[in-house]
Design a protein around this ligand. Structure first.
Ligand code: ARG
Ligand code: GLU
Length: 721
């Protein structure tokens, strides 16, 4: 229980200093250019939430211009690209812009030694050159609707959590069934505010999406992992696709007869320029944030979970880098893997740094203290919520060791490529089939046995060192015993004998159904995989699942209580991969004493970074030439092409490729990243430090139009000067 005298003391201190703070506050409001606003807002509810503030900052559109189901609105130009990114439609013929890193897989899949689009870029010269991408979708939101009453109608206060969840699942199924999603449509119902509110989303899904253009990787990923999560930035992070439909403009599977889709709405583009202080708005699909996180969880994450994950990835990245630096072929094989491992590795470090710097745990404690005070003052709330925070604390403590075991397992054992690959084939073995061999040849193309063996040794050791024996799995114990405790000797044996050591070895075994059958019993990689899974399924997952369900229920109540206690505040629900709007201004920031960052970068910065010796900073010849000849056209400002800019929009993973609009609803750039100091914004938002990073549309069009001469693409867009 909370100690009341301490709570009162803290509360009074806060109160007493409030008068002094008022003076400071007024000063800040009057003189600070930053009027950032935390939050990812629901487009349908803009008027009740943040429309007024957006207007004050410079928004000229009406709520109906932004979201409407009665006529075309900006929402109809916003796309969920594939499963995880956002995008925007920019022409009457279904032209679509997203990030380069979002379309990277497609560009890579079309590349070969003869057509090296990664190195050279790709520009379809005619409609016939646009390249289909099986499996890729572009999804439009038709409408969203608050269905809370329908979902919760049969919930009663006496229900157990389990009954509650079953009732909700049944209601969701009823809703989806009643809406009878048409062909190429999907109906989703998703919880908001931890399950205190439910929204339904009706989507239309297009599955013929073709590649139209992409710059070389040296532009699309300029700065690579070195600059990732960092401002200042100079990345041309864009790729261009086109949505195709059938003759009736309806979604259809790929067919050569399909025609460019005519969207309800496409975004006009403004190259008129952006000044510091200008209004900006990001419209897209942020995936996950946790602003309601408790101090206990946050503390656990930044002091235990992230540091362990970071340490394991550091070891893994160092091993990859050692081999990548020594050998060009390995560099190519591991480039995408390295980028994938490094992205979260770097972000977590930024989060740890940012939360510590913003005193994030203390901020959450202050909120909990204030919350406890509010509860204490109200007898009903005391009864309902009096024990809530303590229960949440106990829950986090009870889960910590299991969380560590599960995270450590995922970062170490599962990161051994052959263990993971062997596990992924299990459902296919036997019988041997063509798909399996195809999958295998794709895997071995980008695989190095030497790298993986070193990772095996390092990761097994890390798991042993970090996780108590109760969570060591049987195969691990048995093999270590056999090898007198030497992980190296174990690795020597496994990597010499495993049929997964090479494609040829695997193919040979699979060719014969008898030996393929034996694989399951004899193969060391499979033994490791199965034994590890068995341990997780017996000793980790069941308790962890129970605790995480308990966590979710407590969290739902905690959020409900806050909404109830703080009636004046307008809350935004955590991001949950549904359509949101965030807004702010183009504005720099000061990351540390005596340092200020301007909000704009230019082509000059690219030329400054140019260095043929550093892979991430090799500027392609065509770009150098355009820069030298000052072939900037209408895309320059003050004699130089702008490249990226930052703004105070609250964004998250999934916002990659999101359109960034000005106050007129014109496209001014594509969101693609956050700044290092602001990566913690998923859990702690700091208006002074958190910035999103945007590729300026003028740089994008300059690359398309002037550097690569793809006028066909720019020609169909509505470009306003
Ligand atoms: N940090 C950005 C995001 O989370 C960009 C990632 C891709 N770029 C890279 N260098 N790995 O998606
Ligand atoms: N790069 C991230 C993505 O792929 C978006 C940036 C962010 O997390 O802020 O979604």
């Amino acid at each position: 229980m909370q100690n009341h005298s301490i709570v009162n003391h803290l509360f009074n201190c806060k109160y007493m200093s409030r008068y002094r703070l008022t003076a400071v506050f007024l000063f800040v409001v009057m003189f600070s250019p930053v009027r950032a606003d935390e939050g990812m807002w629901i487009p349908l509810l803009l008027e009740q939430t943040r429309y007024r503030q957006m207007k004050e900052l410079g928004l000229k559109l009406s709520p109906e211009d932004i979201y409407s189901i009665n006529h075309a609105s900006l929402k109809d130009a916003v796309v969920l690209f594939g499963g995880g990114c956002s995008g925007v439609v920019v022409s009457a013929q279904g032209l679509l812009f997203t990030n380069y890193h979002c379309g990277y897989g497609q560009v890579q899949s079309h590349s070969s030694l003869e057509h090296d689009y990664l190195t050279d870029g790709f520009w379809a010269q005619s409609a016939g050159d646009e390249l289909p991408n099986p499996g890729l979708t572009a999804t439009f939101l038709e409408r969203m609707e608050d269905v809370t009453a329908e979902v919760l109608q049969r919930i009663t206060s006496g229900m157990t959590e389990r009954q509650r969840n079953d009732s909700i699942a049944a209601a969701v199924a009823r809703i989806v069934k009643a809406r009878q999603p048409a062909k190429h449509h999907r109906v989703d119902v998703k919880p908001l505010f931890g399950g205190n509110q439910y929204f339904m989303y009706v989507y239309e899904i297009f599955s013929d999406v073709r590649l139209v253009g992409a710059p070389p990787t040296a532009i699309g990923k300029f700065g690579g992992d070195t600059d990732n999560w960092i401002w200042p930035r100079h990345t041309g992070d864009f790729s261009i696709f086109r949505i195709y439909a059938d003759k009736n403009n309806q979604p259809a599977a790929y067919s050569p007869d399909n025609v460019p889709y005519q969207p309800r709405k496409y975004a006009p583009v403004s190259i008129a320029g952006i000044r510091e202080g200008d209004f900006t708005m990001v419209y897209g699909y942020p995936a996950a944030t946790d602003e309601f996180i408790t101090s206990y969880e946050l503390d656990y994450l930044i002091r235990q979970n992230y540091p362990l994950r970071v340490a394991l990835r550091t070891e893994r990245l160092e091993i990859m880098e050692r081999y990548m630096q020594a050998d060009a072929a390995t560099r190519i094989q591991y480039a995408a893997k390295h980028a994938g491992v490094s992205n979260a590795w770097k972000k977590w470090q930024g989060v740890i740094h940012g939360v510590q710097r913003a005193d994030g745990v203390k901020q959450k404690i202050a909120r909990e203290t204030a919350f406890s005070q509010q509860i204490a003052d109200n007898p009903q709330w005391s009864r309902d919520y009096g024990l809530l925070l303590e229960k949440m604390k106990n829950n986090v403590e009870a889960a910590a060791l299991l969380q560590q075991a599960s995270a450590c397992y995922a970062e170490s054992i599962t990161s051994i490529e052959l263990v993971k690959f062997a596990g992924s084939l299990l459902t296919d073995i036997p019988p041997p089939n063509q798909d399996l061999l195809k999958k295998a040849s794709g895997f071995y193309k980008d695989f190095s046995l030497a790298v993986d063996k070193d990772i095996f040794v390092a990761m097994m050791k890390a798991y042993l060192a970090n996780i108590p024996e109760a969570y060591h799995f049987e195969e691990m114990k048995a093999q270590l015993k056999r090898h007198k405790g030497s992980v190296e000797k174990w690795a020597d044996e496994v990597y010499a004998k495993s049929v997964f050591r090479s494609y040829q070895a695997l193919e040979k075994v699979l060719a014969n159904p008898k030996s393929a059958n034996k694989l399951i019993q004899k193969e060391p990689m499979i033994a490791i995989y199965l034994s590890g899974q068995a341990m997780l399924n017996e000793r980790v997952y069941p308790s962890l699942r129970r605790l995480s369900q308990e966590h979710d229920s407590l969290s739902r109540v905690y959020i409900a209580a806050q909404l109830q206690a703080d009636k004046e505040r307008i809350f935004y629900p955590n991001a949950n991969h549904t359509m949101r709007i965030s807004f702010g201004q183009t504005v720099g920031y000061s990351p540390s004493d005596a340092v200020t960052y301007q909000p704009f970068t230019t082509l000059e910065g690219i030329m400054e970074k140019d260095n043929p010796d550093i892979y991430d900073y090799r500027v392609p010849q065509a770009l150098k030439q355009a820069a030298e000849q000052k072939n900037f056209g209408q895309y320059a400002a003050n004699g130089m092409v702008p490249v990226c800019f930052i703004a105070s929009n609250h964004t998250s993973g999934g916002n990659s490729g999101s359109p960034v609009f000005n106050g007129n609803g014109e496209l001014i750039g594509l969101n693609f990243d956050r700044n290092w100091e602001g990566t913690m914004s998923d859990v702690v938002y700091d208006a002074e430090q958190c910035r999103n990073i945007i590729a300026d549309i003028r740089y994008i069009l300059f690359i398309v139009d002037k550097v690569y001469g793809a006028q066909r693409i720019v020609g169909e867009m509505e470009v306003r000067e």
